[in-house]
Design a protein around this ligand. Structure first.
Ligand SMILES: [Zn+2]
Ligand SMILES: [Zn+2]
Length: 366
């Protein structure tokens, strides 16, 4: 879509490769680009962006107008962006068919200008736009258990910024007017410039290679966080990962970092074997090579025990059961639930048994 990333060379700081948009921006180690001074006027910028005009329509690179940031916002000059399956879903009208829309929710850039009241960001900062904000004070932000901020939540359903308006528009074609463009997930990263609410912006170390910064802004971080922060995989654990895309590979890296000793990757694509190995995978299963179910295959690899943790990373609902059945909980924990048994003809006893304080589950035998 005109946003292929090209490795242009190495910068001088730390030897990181510099990856830039094919449109030819030059950057190095977090240097500010075209950065306006705070006192400078901030005009609207005309520049290219990837615009989706309707469900299943081909995405077009159009010249659009990006307004200056309003209070509490920052305008970012994007350095590179990446694609995630959610962008594909957006083109199909997910979660709502809001068109025309500027796509993209992964990417990294540099703050070009800030609106009034923005304190924690400055022009020239290397940043990643995110789609879930953080106020730092709401119940969820304070919980330490979830980052689903209640004040700055996922802006998936409006296609607008926090104040209910858009900073992006396009000439309406001869009429002299401007057609409003919807944002995507507070980000719209497939645009040379984008405006984002400062609560949805993360400042990062400029030494991070740009592709890395872009890739960790969605899928990979989801997987990594699931293993590292949510499940808190422990040293010596066994882990199964169903689906070795960016999310699944993120899980592997999170599990490996946590000290998992056995990481079993499951994918119907054999080319994922090599990728998995690079992320610490110890065993690979291609379910198409066998008539057995995935859970049976995982059991086979683990000597019939199952794994400590199993992660479903494909989004295929039918695999959730396979995922659960691959874990040790099947044989160790669920057995603990069985406290009473009755024959079918005594089924009424089951109702009485269920009232007993020591009863968890009553098995009805035939
Ligand atoms: Zn994504
Ligand atoms: Zn919050």
């Amino acid at each position: 879509m005109g946003f292929a990333m090209v490795e242009l060379g190495k910068n001088g700081e730390g030897g990181y490769g510099v990856w830039l948009l094919a449109r030819g921006m030059i950057a190095g180690g977090g240097a500010a680009i075209n950065c306006l001074k705070a006192e400078s006027p901030r005009p609207a910028i005309r520049q290219p962006a990837a615009v989706c005009w309707g469900e299943e329509e081909e995405v077009k690179v159009e010249e659009i107008q990006v307004d200056p940031p309003k209070s509490g916002e920052a305008r970012i000059k994007m350095l590179c962006a990446s694609i995630c399956h959610t962008d594909v879903l957006c083109c199909k009208g997910f979660p709502l068919p809001l068109f025309p829309r500027v796509l993209g929710h992964e990417g990294v850039g540099i703050v070009e200008s800030i609106g009034e009241g923005v304190r924690e960001l400055g022009e020239g900062d290397m940043v990643v736009p995110t789609y879930i904000g953080e106020c730092g004070t709401c119940e969820n932000c304070m919980s330490g258990k979830t980052n689903l901020c209640q004040t700055y939540p996922l802006q998936a359903f409006t296609g607008l910024l926090t104040d209910g308006t858009s900073r992006m528009s396009i000439n309406d074609g001869g009429g002299g007017g401007q057609t409003r463009l919807y944002h995507f997930l507070s980000c719209s990263t497939w645009s040379e410039y984008t405006v984002v609410d400062a609560h949805y912006i993360v400042k990062i170390d400029p030494r991070i290679p740009l592709p890395h910064a872009s890739f960790i802004s969605c899928g990979f971080a989801t997987g990594f966080g699931a293993a590292w922060k949510e499940a808190k995989v422990q040293k010596g654990n066994t882990v199964a990962v169903l689906g070795l895309g960016a999310v699944g590979l993120g899980v592997m890296e999170g599990a490996r970092t946590r000290g998992a000793t056995r990481i079993i990757g499951v994918d119907i694509n054999d080319t994922k074997r090599e990728k998995g190995m690079a992320f610490g995978m110890t065993d690979f299963i291609n379910p198409r090579d066998s008539d057995k179910s995935i859970s049976e295959l995982v059991m086979g690899v683990t000597g019939g025990l199952g794994v400590d943790y199993s992660f479903e990373c494909t989004g295929v609902a039918a695999l959730v059961n396979q995922c659960i059945e691959s874990t040790k909980i099947e044989i160790e924990k669920i057995d603990e639930l069985l406290t009473h048994e009755v024959q079918l003809e005594d089924v009424n006893k089951a109702f009485e048994l269920l009232k007993k304080p020591d009863c968890l589950k009553v098995l009805i035998n035939f």
